[in-house]
Ligand binder design. Sequence first.
Ligand code: BTN
Length: 267
Amino acid sequence: MNQTGLQSLLSDLPLGGVRYFATLGSTNEFAKRWADQSAPALSLVVADEQTAGRGRLQRRWFTPRGAALAFSLILIPRIGRGQDGILPYRYTALGALATCEALNTLLPPGNPAQIKWPNDVIVSRRKLAGVLAEAGWQGEQLDTVILGIGINVAPSAVPPDEVLHYPATCVEAEAGAPVERWELLHAVLERLLFWNARLDTPEFLEAWNDRLALRDEWVQVTFDDGSPLEGQVLGLSEDGCLRLRDRQGKTHELTGGELNVRPVGRS
Ligand code: BTN
């Protein structure tokens, strides 16, 4: 792939600018700088290899050459904080939902990609893609969202076991066939643009809820301050929070934290 090839591949999509890099530190970092310099809305940054790819919770994201998809889309929503700060979660879900839908055209129907709330895309309890949505605020206005997505396409994109926080897999292993990376990129972007125009609709929430992984299972959530909560996954609330029922029967609605599967021996 190269800059001209990528532009031509994506010419049927209503994107802003498109930038391709054979090697880049992080597409999210580049996109942030570009957004600060007035990038048009829906501009896209793609890298074949990232040398400083970033995941959630200050983790590194592994993107070796020729094996993965790593890209960031610049969204300029310019909307008020209004809905109590939940909007950035919707963007994370947008990335995960679009990725699931594109992947599910390649995966066996009995083994679909699902969303491990809030930002992982998993198949058979293994992660094959992650989303990092970074919000830029201007006072009370959500000005920019950098929506970064990383997908493990070929086996060499799967990080070594010693750096994994969650079991991982790749699209080719789950599809049982070689996958054309750039066609997959086109498919994900097509779904991203579709759902981005419908973010505040009941259909978006329904599609997100339908793809939610670990429903009815007992899981442990670890909050950013390290405190844990154990509960059974009930689904999403109307505003996209994760609903969990704890052992005392109390329902919690979560907007943050990291969802970890924990074998608690109770269903
Ligand atoms: C996670 O699962 O922790 C999120 C991973 C997000 C990785 C993508 S790859 C493209 C974009 N650029 C980055 O530096 N990170 C995101």
